[in-house]
Design a binder for this molecule. Structure first.
Ligand code: ADP
Ligand code: MG
Ligand code: ZN
Length: 615
């Protein structure tokens, strides 16, 4: 059954605006500061760390939104160290847990973990220690299914609680609770039981990615009470964002980009399929890079070997699926390149976030082609997209999502498309809006491709074009691809057009006068706005997919009868400006420098829009 969240009124308290939490007058302040230095080796606190620690140590439920690398672990490890009792940490992935435990033990903080695939005797050992009067552990890590499925653990928690030895519950990567997020884990939804059974124990929920609806979902599912929310800007000023048209020579372009900008530096190239990873890595090796691939069908010794070589700089480029990166703590990743379209803006933001953890300037380049959208869409609908390691539950590979989940996935993907196709607005702004954060693009300081473009804009009313395109889809029977429809609209006289007698249509060539790329932007906008629907059809013979554009009746009705207008901003091409077809709002800089900067976002028109699936 698809899960539908119910929203009730929840009292949030915005912790960031309350000065109380920054105070250094708490009874534990001295102890905190001393241990932060002595045990963790930190000279100071990072933004919000002190505040979060003070709030959770005061006994409140706390929700923390802090970017990856911001230092969330310290906000529970330090309290765990200085508070009596045990802190239970729920974390989605055994490898993440092991990494954490290793660091804790190195710092002489006793910690243990329980996971489902552990030897029973080993588990017994840990339970014995938990039951002893002077239990040495300060932190106990478990995976979520342990809580959902193990009565033994719940009874153990009760016993700890009875002895006043249960200090705090920590839900790491809390966005996994929500189906609206990109890493939904059904077992996380069972975690509400903690607050039910132990209402007096404070909960600390931590995540690096949460849209507003994800946050509400998490607070709701965990049953947090009067929860104090700390959030900080998700803007990463040292990252430079750009989107580049993806051509057939994509890997050559990547090679050139790396050699020109990040020679011999360290980076990640995210690829869609396992085969892509291997191909891209191989090519880069040919070009002389120390590259390797990493994906879900490698066994764990292979994977950890690659990770090790990477941390030691024996390999400096990893071509990976999203399976790579969780818990990767390499500070000097200088670039994150997306060889194909990510599945959501949240995912994209998170993947880019692995660059520049040391605060030094780093690049994030997305290679985009519209045909990748079709490919990703198809793979999503078939359930064959590689998942992050978290996604191993519901979103299991080879399981086709359905209903609401498929819709959410498709919606997330469309948002990503519109991000990639937007050649006007600040990339930071476009990402941050998504997290409910307001951003003034002046603060970008030209560190994204769109802001550094010296651009002028024209806003054009494209309602007429939109109507014609919808009409064209209808009159051709709702069975052709976007690329083909655009050909007809532009007046092509190809064999395919003739074969279907499209040249006799009144709308054949109706879009002839439009600037190149304009009709396609309008068409894609209509798809994004759900006025047109793009279905993916798999051809049995070649195993390739093609897309078919259809009309969404009710939405299209509004366009025709509802008097809806559609406006799009266009970068001001010099020609259109001179001919005075549209009024320009010139930004800084001269128009003469425009031309060379104009990227061509169009994929070459293919009548069948066939895409190699490459699985
Ligand atoms: P997150 O979980 O938010 O992604 P982590 O807790 O893994 O981030 O911390 C990222 C890195 O920052 C770690 O290497 C950690 O040691 C370091 N770190 C955390 N807090 C501080 C601090 N106050 N001073 C210096 N380094 C810190
Ligand atoms: Mg973390
Ligand atoms: Zn910008």
């Amino acid at each position: 059954e698809p899960y539908v969240p119910k929203y009730v009124d929840i009292n949030y308290i915005d912790g960031s605006t309350d000065k109380k939490w920054s105070s250094r007058e708490f009874s534990w302040t001295k102890k905190l500061e001393a241990n932060n230095k002595k045990v963790f080796g930190n000279h100071s606190f990072r933004p919000n760390q002190r505040e979060v620690i003070n709030a959770t140590m005061s006994g409140h439920d706390v929700f923390v939104l802090m970017p990856t690398g911001g230092g969330k672990s310290l906000t529970y490890q330090l309290p765990a160290l200085v508070c009596p009792g045990i802190t239970l940490v729920i974390s989605p992935l055994v490898s993440l847990i092991q990494d954490q435990i290793m660091h804790l033990l190195q710092a002489n903080i006793p910690a243990a973990y329980l996971s489902a695939n552990m030897e029973w005797t080993e588990q017994q050992e840990i339970f014995r220690e938990l039951n002893s009067d002077y239990c040495k552990y300060k932190l106990l890590y478990v995976t979520p299914e342990k809580v959902a499925k193990s009565d033994v653990l719940l009874r153990q928690l009760e016993s700890l609680h009875a002895r006043d030895s249960l200090a705090r519950f920590v839900i790491d990567e809390a966005h996994c609770v929500s189906q609206w997020g990109h890493d939904f884990r059904p077992d996380y939804q069972g975690l509400g039981i903690l607050k039910q059974k132990f209402p007096t124990i404070p909960v600390l929920a931590l995540t690096a990615t949460a849209t507003i609806s994800v946050k509400e979902d998490v607070v709701q599912a965990l049953g947090l009470v009067n929860c104090i929310v700390f959030r900080q800007s998700f803007n990463r000023p040292n990252l430079r964002y750009s989107v580049v048209p993806k051509t057939k020579k994509c890997v050559e372009d990547i090679d050139k980009f790396i050699k020109e900008n990040h020679f011999d530096e360290c980076g990640i190239i995210y690829c869609l399929s396992r085969m892509d990873c291997e191909k891209v890595a191989e090519k880069l090796q040919e070009y002389g890079h120390k590259a390797a691939f990493y994906h879900g069908s490698m066994d764990s010794p292979q994977r950890s070997m690659i990770q090790k070589q990477w941390s030691k700089d024996e390999i400096n480029i990893i071509c990976a699926t999203v399976a790579f990166g969780m818990g990767i703590n390499k500070p000097d990743v200088r670039f994150v390149i997306h060889h194909s379209l990510p599945k959501s803006i949240e995912g994209y933001h998170q993947e880019c976030g692995r660059a520049g953890r040391d605060g030094q300037p780093s690049s994030c380049v997305l290679y985009y082609s519209y045909s990748d959208y079709i490919r990703v869409k198809h793979m999503i609908s078939q359930g064959v997209v590689e998942q992050t390691p978290f996604g191993s539950g519901y979103n299991r590979a080879n399981m086709a999502p359905s209903g609401r989940l498929l819709e959410t996935n498709t919606e997330n993907l469309l948002r990503m498309v519109s991000y990639a196709e937007n050649d006007v607005d600040c990339r930071r702004l476009l990402q941050l809006i998504h997290f409910g954060e307001k951003f003034d693009s002046l603060n970008c300081q030209k560190t994204c491709d769109n802001c550094s473009k010296n651009q002028s804009f024209v806003e054009k009313d494209v309602t007429e074009t939109a109507k014609q395109l919808v009409e064209l889809v209808k009159t051709t029977g709702q069975k052709f691809s976007a690329a083909h429809l655009l050909e007809v609209y532009r007046g092509s006289l190809s064999q395919f057009v003739k074969k279907h007698r499209h040249e006799t249509l009144s709308l054949h060539g109706a879009g002839k006068h439009l600037a190149k790329g304009e009709a396609s932007r309008v068409l894609r906008h209509l798809v994004i706005e759900d006025i047109l629907i793009e279905d993916v059809k798999k051809s049995d013979v070649y195993g390739s997919v093609s897309s078919v554009v259809k009309v969404n009746g009710s939405r299209a009705y509004n366009l025709f009868a509802g008097g809806q207008t559609i406006k799009l901003r266009f970068r001001c091409a010099a020609k259109a400006f001179k001919s005075g077809r549209a009024e320009a709002t010139p930004a800084k800089g001269s128009l003469t420098s425009e031309k060379q900067n104009l990227p061509e976002m169009d994929t070459p028109a293919q009548p069948h829009s066939e895409v190699d699936l490459n699985l």
